[in-house]
Design a protein around this ligand. Sequence first.
Ligand code: HEM
Length: 168
Amino acid sequence: MAPLLAQSDLPGLNGFLGTRGSLMLDLVFLAMFAVVPVMAVSVALVKWGGRYQLHKRIQIVLAAVLLVAVTVFEVDIRIHGWRERAEPSPYYASGAVDRMLAVHLFFAIPTVLIWAYVVIAALRRFPHIPVPGPYSRRHKFWGWIAVVEMTMTAVTGWLFYWMAFAAN
Ligand code: HEM
């Protein structure tokens, strides 16, 4: 992995995956491999197990962890940038990396807003110990959109990471 040596010249803390990724990029890249299955289990628990309280807890913890991770990640990217790490990629000069980032942001930005809405509205509209009720229909509708958006955010994020920081 030739880029490892060159990494010492790059701004910010380097990652641990042996790519050109920074520490935060590597952490978020890996974390999404946990977030997507945990979210799937949480929905399965509520759909087939009726485990409403457990679903509530898992989704709140997921949302909180993601909020902290995304905030730290954003600060890191604003301070240190990412382009220097992506420039050696064979996909960079053609603009393919930037196009992939645009696709990723097309999903990632609405995901943040939809998740905030789904969590806050669910906390307000379901009873403290959640059970199905008049709010179920709307929650299921937006809940499924939130699940699809998060999955697409993860998939496009992985592709962006690979094109920008892993491809040689
Ligand atoms: C972003 C966070 C959340 C997502 C993505 C989400 C997603 C979902 C989905 C997709 C379903 C439907 C499963 C099915 O088809 O049967 C569902 C059901 C449910 N969720 Fe959530 N949820 C979230 C947060 C919450 C929170 C915070 C609460 C409680 C305050 C909650 C309470 C429920 C309940 C009670 C049901 C069952 C509704 C019914 O079957 O009538 N959810 N959720």
